[in-house]
Design a protein around this ligand. Sequence first.
Ligand code: ATP
Length: 353
Amino acid sequence: MEININNLTKKFGTTTAVNDLSMTVESGKLVALLGPSGCGKTTLLNMISGIIPSTTGQILFDGKDVTNLPPDRRGVGMVFQNYALYPHMTVLENICFPLEIKKIPKKERRERAMELAKLVHIEDFVKRKPAQLSGGQQQRVAIARALAKNPDILLLDEPLSNLDAKLRIEMREEIRRIQRDTNVTTIFVTHDQEEASSIADSVALFKLGEIQQYESPNELYDNPANAFVADFLGAPPINKLYGVVKNRKFVLADESMTLDLEIPHSVEDGKQVLLAFRAETIRMNPEKVSTSATVKEIYTLGRDKLAIFNLGTKLVRGYVGEDIELAIGERVQVGFKQKGIFLFDAETGVRYF
Ligand code: ATP
């Protein structure tokens, strides 16, 4: 089912939680709503489910206006951060519950619940109570229960935030698998950029109730619309150097380093800019744009080597190949791969290249 959101706004008193937001979620896709705390992700999700009314704007499911429909008439399944399982019921009873409300005959609903238990790989635990399950198992039950009504849309609000790091990775892959198996249009709220990028077809990155960019994870990473997007995505975080444009060169704010980047003429001399580049963009002994740097620190991360360099007075991170020998304190020439180096207006975050 396709979701269209048109000029949706939600105000809580003087706070605008969602501001004139429009987006389309294509049928059968998994979309992540990503952004820092308080940027309006949950509010948008709750308006889509119908739990909270919008202030203005419109929500359409496959072209049908559902803006004023109550939650139980929207055909939406919800999974919450705390799972919200019924503690006194067994796993099977929990999964069956939405079907009981719909007055589906007992035999049929048990069959359907078992099918779902198998889908989420919880079939060996159906007689247990939620308290006798691990966090990951409880999460599976919550997903099965949300799918019981055969929803057209599945909404997940920070579903993995109560799990430990290893289980989070396992469960996010499970969510992707279940979503592909059922082909249900899914919206997933998270503040974890890696989680969003790893499983979503598209990511909508939010800031203060507005979408900054809504595209595939690769596009957000490789082609950020502005400085906020570039900064939000990537681990380690993107390197940021503030400076000024002089004679089409980038000059670090304290003038301790200059880079000849052939900055376009459209960026006027004297403009305050932010130069940002990812750790994997650094090249050792490059032929083009380069500057000297000092190796401050070297970390071995599995197969990769991450070095900290002094560029002028600033520290930046760069990945270096396994085969490159570096010593702490060594002076080296570093440069940048063109793709992955960005220049922004320091004040507005608008991207020049
Ligand atoms: P988090 O990741 O912390 O859950 P979020 O991106 O989901 O954050 P929302 O919960 O949607 O953000 O909140 C968006 C803004 O709306 C915040 O400023 C929040 O304080 C405000 N807000 C949310 N719900 C209410 C409410 N019921 N009454 C008043 N303000 C609210």
